[in-house]
Design a protein. Structure first.
Length: 488
């Protein structure tokens, strides 16, 4: 534990939904829900307006629609979110060499290691500046927590939401934590929370008073000891600049269970290609291919195959995933498929050609064994064509709600919805007033998909920060106690 609150935790407020509101003037101040829009989709992020109606992350989209029928429901635009995340992480990197990203919108920063803070006053000043500069560069708000440990800094940022700052002075941890729910502590999920509740422990002070021995009896040694330390405010985990990924994976949940074995295999091949693309984007390779299958009855099976060495070859991963599928019974239907690669490395096995040849040879043998008798070829070819066609979405599926488009006459806009051969577009940009809505045929030659526009057209120059706050922003930094939350 540190004697100064020099560990900072930043959490962008309702990140995906806030980015969509910033990009779409007509949605500002209105409930916005981002996630999968199919029958089995889930909520990725809800704006604070939607949260007030009961919508929250990980909720089934069907339930969200019942709670907030008039909200805007949008498909995620990860290209935009990654761009904004890169801007935020670059700002954090100016504060310290020790930045530990947890996700696109969340990170720890060791201010002491960067030499920008060594006491409460300097830490608070940097936190205030960070929030202001982030808004000037991205147009979005973030909440900041400052404390002497990672656990407390994260708790502080959560308590400061939305758009606030909370600094926990060293020495006040136990007093602050005491009345909070046990669920505030890392590692206490619904199951552990219920177990503790049945034992009469609902707030953090109950855990501290129970003692280590009692928690060990209830939860086991490792979990019990760790939870007792956290209840007393102890956490000595360092900020780690590089969080090495252990795996790369992709998965899809289908609106309707897949029963056609040919279609299932086609989806596995498609997922394998997406997985390899992510692997290559990260500059990694992997040795073990993993297939995940969730069946119609919600039973989930995983199968894995370890290769002779790390690879990022799509043929190798594709054929390994297909072989794993052969060992899985999909009778009854498949609701989810996933392909992943583990055992990551920064290099690729030199003998890739041999691996690829092995995969091709195995595929040829399988094809020979399953060759259709005379008269069956036409049926098999038709089934294969149908599976390939299923991978290419119809024209109407191109226009996903929330995605960017450009019209030759009306300019930039975003899709409000599509169906029955029509697509409805609202034409507006981040810096304009709410725009007009127009409807077109889905095959209108003047309407094309477009890339997202920057949320801030002319971002503030922050090149001198953190050495000095840009003059155009200095007047907007809140005075102590103004526009922020402070610890008691």
């Amino acid at each position: 534990m540190r004697v100064a609150p020099t560990i900072l935790h930043l959490d962008m407020d309702a990140f995906y939904a806030s980015a969509e509101q910033a990009a779409k003037p007509s949605l500002r101040g209105k409930p916005v829900v981002v996630g999968g829009l199919g029958m089995r989709g889930v909520v990725a992020t809800a704006s604070y307006e939607a949260r007030r109606l009961g919508v929250h992350s990980a909720m089934p989209m069907a339930q969200a629609r019942r709670l907030a029928p008039n909200a805007a429901y949008l498909v995620p635009r990860f290209a935009l979110y990654r761009t904004v995340s890169d801007q935020v992480m670059e700002l954090l990197g100016r504060l310290s060499p020790l930045v530990e990203p947890l996700s696109l919108d969340e990170a720890f920063v060791d201010l002491e290691a960067g030499g920008v803070a060594d006491d409460s006053a300097s830490a608070r000043a940097i936190g205030e500046q960070l929030r202001t500069v982030i808004r000037g560069v991205t147009g979005l708000s973030g909440s900041v927590g400052l404390a002497g440990s990672k656990m407390l800094a994260k708790i502080a940022s959560e308590e400061a939401k939305p758009d606030g700052l909370l600094l926990i002075e060293p020495g006040t941890e136990r007093e602050l934590l005491a009345p909070m729910s046990v669920r505030i502590l890392p590692g206490v999920g619904p199951a552990t929370g219920d177990h503790l509740r049945r034992a009469g422990m609902t707030v953090v002070s109950h855990l501290a008073e129970a003692g280590e021995a009692e928690l060990v009896r209830l939860l086991g040694k490792a979990h019990g000891v760790a939870l007792h330390r956290m209840a007393k405010g102890y956490d000595d985990r360092p900020v780690v600049a590089e969080r090495d990924a252990k795996s790369v994976s992709v998965e899809d949940t289908f609106d309707v269970d897949l029963h056609d074995r040919v279609r299932v295999r086609a989806e596995v091949v498609r997922l394998a290609d997406r997985c390899v693309q992510r692997l290559r984007d990260a500059g990694r390779s992997g040795r073990t291919v993993v297939l995940k299958v969730r069946r119609f009855d919600f039973s989930t099976l995983t199968r894995s195959e370890t290769l002779r060495g790390p690879t990022d070859d799509p043929t190798v991963v594709r054929e390994a995933a297909a072989r794993l599928l052969e060992a899985v019974d999909t009778t009854g239907g498949v609701r989810l498929l996933g392909v992943g690669v583990t055992g990551l490395a920064d290099y690729t096995q030199e003998d890739l050609f041999a691996q690829a040849a092995d995969a091709e040879h195995a595929a040829e043998e399988a094809a020979a064994a399953d060759a259709p008798d005379e008269g069956e070829g036409t049926v098999e070819a038709a089934a294969g064509a149908e599976a390939r066609a299923s991978e290419e979405p119809p024209a109407s599926r191109r226009w996903q709600a929330g995605h960017d488009v450009r019209h030759d006459v009306h300019g930039h806009g975003w899709v409000q919805g599509s169906g029955v051969g029509r697509v409805t577009v609202r034409f507006e940009e981040p810096g304009t007033p709410p725009g007009r809505v127009r409807t077109f045929r889905i095959d209108d030659p003047e309407l094309q998909p477009a890339d997202p526009l920057p949320l801030v057209r002319d971002p503030v120059d922050y090149s001198s920060w953190p050495a000095s706050l840009p003059k155009s922003l200095s007047g907007s930094v809140p005075a102590e106690g103004e526009g922020e939350v402070s610890s008691p």
